[in-house]
Design a protein around this ligand. Structure first.
Ligand SMILES: Nc1ncnc2c1ncn2[C@@H]1O[C@H](COP(=O)(O)OP(=O)(O)O)[C@@H](O)[C@H]1O
Ligand SMILES: [Mg+2]
Length: 314
């Protein structure tokens, strides 16, 4: 299946500044792609390039099969975008805003009223639908802005830092809604964020960009595998392993390293397949095993290792 987003050496300069530098990536349909990176890394510029709002200095991009440089209007008509500072009409109600923008986006008149009601319900704004947006909290505005991006039922949604500046409760609500858009409605989401907890929860695939350069791309598991080589597992023996077991581990071909960590035996193994073999071996040596706990690296650990220059693509 053709990826829904493809870029090839996409670059954009602003004078001396190289905002995006030779970006090559693919995002498969139906996934949540987390585009991570510090402020000024080039995330927003990439979104603007992918929506044909900016022209690239070099390289090409295809979105939903269209060459963005050749068919920017098709791309804009079929993708939904939440920009960093979405403009809503403060003096209009939420319902009026959605009706206005739906008309602008060319949603057929006979569908529009129903679509607006659906979205107000879906984003839990219906009870305040007739209040002016000027009276809305930041979280409500952000939900309304996402609803607006969905008016024309785009299969692909670009969200540029959707939870930035929201309090934890409002942020969680937005995250939940993004989760539903992806998991239940099957939309592809291109999510720019520097909220790593949110990315951990939402993303199937992550890319880390810094100074315009894509430092790494992959599933969180793939990136962790590249950064830490092998599989890590803690084994609870209610104490230290016997000298005999320790020597056995030293010589075991599937064990890359072992040591004590928080009262448990921590092993670095060749692969996941080594876990049952090793547990059986330990039991043969008379070890009493109370728990076997695989170690999952968080996206935060992954991100900082990549920022430190490790695990880069070769
Ligand atoms: N319109 C512009 N004119 C000049 N420089 C810009 C413009 N837009 C972005 N930049 C620069 O490009 C770099 C990347 O910015 P941006 O894509 O907004 O990063 P991010 O969204 O990751 O914070 C920054 O150095 C920024 O100052
Ligand atoms: Mg930005």
């Amino acid at each position: 299946m053709q990826p829904i987003i493809v870029t090839e050496n996409l670059s954009r300069h602003f004078g001396e500044t190289v905002a995006v530098d030779g970006l090559t990536l693919e995002v498969p349909e139906g996934q949540v792609f987390g585009f991570l990176g510090p402020n000024g890394a080039g995330k927003t510029t990439t979104v603007r390039l992918l929506n044909g709002i900016l022209a690239p200095t070099a390289g090409r991009a295809w979105v939903m099969g269209w060459d963005v440089a050749e068919r920017p209007n098709e791309v804009r008509r079929h993708a939904g975008v939440l920009t960093e500072a979405p403009g809503l009409y403060e003096a209009l109600t939420a319902r009026e805003n959605l009706l206005f923008f739906g008309d602008l986006y060319g949603v057929p008149e006979e569908e529009l009223a129903k679509r607006v009601e659906e979205l107000l319900e879906e984003f839990e704004l219906a009870p305040r639908g007739d209040d002016k947006v000027g009276t809305y909290s930041k979280g409500m505005r952000q939900r309304l802005a996402i609803a607006r991006a969905l008016l024309h039922r785009p299969p692909l949604l670009f969200l540029d830092e959707p939870t930035s500046g929201l309090d934890p409760a409002a942020a969680r609500m937005v995250t939940r809604m993004i989760e539903r858009l992806s998991r239940q409605e099957g939309r592809t989401v291109f999510l720019c964020t520097h909220n790593l907890t949110e990315a951990q929860r939402l993303c199937d695939l992550v890319g880390v960009i810094d100074h315009g350069v894509l430092r790494a791309i992959g599933t969180p598991q793939e990136l962790a595998g590249r950064l830490w080589q092998g599989v890590w597992v803690d084994i609870d023996l209610h104490g230290e392993p016997s000298l005999e077991i320790s020597r056995f581990l030293d010589a075991h071909p599937l064990v890359h390293s072992h040591g004590m960590e928080d009262g448990r035996l921590r092993l670095r193994l060749e692969s996941e397949e080594a876990i049952p073999t090793l547990v059986a071996d330990l039991a043969r040596f008379g070890a009493r095993i109370y728990a076997v706990i695989p170690i999952e690296h968080t996206l935060e650990e992954i991100y900082f290792r990549i920022q430190a220059g490790e695990g880069q693509r070769t």
